[in-house]
Design a protein around this ligand. Structure first.
Ligand code: GLY
Length: 583
């Protein structure tokens, strides 16, 4: 079945005519598989768009009760960790991009997982010194980094919270005690990867019945262990997680997970710190696109794509023109070539961020796009940005598979949250303790330590944060927030976000059209076209331009809120189960 943008536009008009408070949808399998229009909402005061209706509803209630966007963030995150446990949670990490309406400025907080102090660059090499197979590395304690999400919630609340910390955990605690209905998407994912989830007793007994059958959609799942964990954090703060019995259970789970056990220690947990980073902003047309710098590659890669494409008139070319997609695809390949050579945790490796985003550098590099055919692979290599401080690193070989969750929140005061949150792979390391799954974020490092004799910037090092693609974004217009957006999706996140921004800025799409638009992504040469959508109509024209093309399922989870003169307009990606809700 094809999605039609005309039908989508009609649905959008109908939906915006509905009352401002949108009822939470019952999620149909069609919605969960991306065959419908974006789920949209309009509101005047506040709004949440998140990947599960229960999380969005709980967050919206916090806002309706006078809570700040940061208060709602804590509630949304803790509910997501329960009802969408495969994507994010207490055992993972997150990046927060935040607009503080009072200070009139953007902040970014880095709650990324860290490599344990006992980790070495050889963490993911086998006995012969060869990179491990991806899932051999993922499943078990080896891949688990020190989680950052709980500390990020606490740090953000200290700075910008309004409500009592302890009250923000109650919605998730109650749902965990009373039980919630397993969603179609969660049920599908449990069934799809039964064997890996069955590797560990605690995980198996949570996601499978006593007869070994996977939980089905609609079955009621309770998580009393999660409720207890939340109660402890609500009562004692993040210290209840980073020390004491919960920390001990995390360390034991990681260290005693069988042949692929890890080296996380109590000291790693006790020493974990959230880091405030400088937002990375690039101008695109008349707007400033701002997001998360290293250890995420998100804002730099999105910024490079836009900086290259600013040299071309995408508006005149239009969205159905293969020439637009040649430019977008090859701009993305060039950005990825720079990304894999230069970008990593800048607390460990200097990265030429300024040089990579410099308009002169990008203008020169854009000349590579002046031809009329796809760039050959040999023409797509890292550039030489101004050496404000960089070494010549080897090429990275990190594999990042789709996972993760993104949500956006705007409160009555105009504060804006754009947060991407993850446990990395679906169900993370598959290890579970105290009611939550532990991340496998360390597999976002390059497994190879060197390439052609040069060290890889994103190699494992003790205390380092693995490079991410997460791209939580706030677009500013004349110094004020205009749009908050982001997506899950591994290294495809960069393309999802950049494409949505091009659709919004150059092709005049509204938030609903922008998040539902079929995806076309080219990271490494092959053009991925979203299966079952109009994107496939471009297959032949793109082949004629010299690309290999492949139809793929593309599970973005774009959530966006636009702040315009009339109020707030939000949209949730039809490919997942989320909703936008507001008042
Ligand atoms: N693990 C997904 C990301 O950080 O990009």
């Amino acid at each position: 079945m094809k999605r039609s943008l005309v039908a989508l536009g009609l649905l959008f008009l109908i939906s915006t005519a509905a009352p401002a408070q949108q009822a939470s949808d019952t999620v149909s399998p069609e919605r969960a598989t991306g065959l419908a229009a974006a789920k949209i909402a309009a509101a005047r005061e506040h709004m949440v768009a998140a990947a599960h209706p229960l999380a969005a509803e709980a967050g919206e209630k916090v806002l309706a009760d006078g809570g700040s966007a940061i208060d709602a963030m804590i509630t949304v995150q803790t509910v997501l960790g329960l009802v969408e446990p495969q994507s994010s949670g207490l055992g993972g990490g997150a990046f927060l991009v935040y607009y503080d309406a009072e200070a009139k400025r953007l902040f970014t907080l880095d709650g990324r997982e860290t490599a344990p102090d006992d980790a070495t660059p050889k963490l993911f090499l086998d006995d012969k010194g060869e990179p491990m197979q991806f899932f051999d590395a993922v499943v078990g304690g080896r891949s688990v980094g020190t989680p950052g999400t709980v500390m990020l919630m606490q740090e953000a609340h200290k700075r910008w919270g309004r409500k009592d910390w302890k009250d923000l955990f109650s919605p998730a605690e109650k749902l965990a005690q009373d039980g919630f209905a397993v969603s179609p998407r969660l049920a599908k994912l449990i069934a799809a990867e039964g064997d890996k989830l069955k590797s560990f007793e605690a995980t198996a007994s949570y996601f499978f019945g006593a007869d070994g059958a996977p939980l089905t959609a609609g079955s009621i799942l309770k998580n009393p262990a999660y409720a207890e964990t939340l109660a402890a954090i609500a009562r004692d703060g993040a210290s209840a997680f980073y020390s004491g019995p919960i920390a001990e259970a995390i360390v034991d789970t990681v260290r005693m997970s069988g042949k692929n056990s890890g080296v996380l220690s109590l000291a790693d947990l006790a020493n974990y710190q959230v880091k405030e980073r400088r937002p990375v902003c690039v101008s695109y047309r008349a707007l400033d696109v701002c997001g998360m710098g290293p250890p995420s590659s998100g804002a730099v890669a999105v910024g490079q794509m836009l900086g290259l494409l600013e040299n071309f008139d995408l508006k005149a070319l239009g969205k159905d023109n293969p020439e637009s997609w040649r430019l977008i695809g090859d701009a993305q390949r060039l950005a990825f070539a720079d990304r894999e050579r230069y970008l990593a945790d800048t607390d460990f490796v200097p990265a030429p961020i300024k040089g990579l985003l410099d308009k002169t550098y990008l203008g020169e590099r854009a000349k590579l796009l002046d031809g009329d055919k796809a760039l050959g692979d040999d023409a797509v290599s890292a550039g030489k940005p101004e050496w404000d401080h960089a070494f010549n690193f080897g090429r990275d070989a990190a594999l990042e598979l789709p996972s993760t969750s993104h949500f956006v929140i705007v409160d009555k005061s105009g504060n804006v949250v754009s947060m991407t949150t993850t446990i990395e792979n679906g169900f993370g390391s598959r290890l579970m303790t105290n009611g939550f799954l532990l991340n496998n974020e360390l597999t976002d490092f390059s497994f190879k330590t060197h390439d052609e004799g040069m060290p890889v910037a994103n190699r494992v090092e003790p205390g380092k944060r693995p490079r991410s693609s997460m791209s939580p974004t706030i677009v500013m217009k004349d110094g004020k927030p205009l749009l908050a957006i982001g997506s899950p999706g591994g290294s495809q996140i960069i393309g999802y976000v950049a494409q949505a921004l091009i659709a919004y800025v150059d092709w005049g799409m509204d938030v609903g059209e922008m998040v539902a638009m079929p995806h076309l992504i080219n990271r490494f040469g092959t053009y991925d076209l979203e299966a079952g959508t109009d994107a496939e109509k471009l297959a032949e024209p793109l082949k004629a331009l010299g690309y290999e093309v492949k139809s793929s399922d593309m599970n973005s989870g774009l959530h966006a809120i636009e702040l315009n003169a009339d109020g707030l307009k939000g949209a949730a990606d039809p490919r997942r189960e989320g909703v936008a809700l507001g008042k």
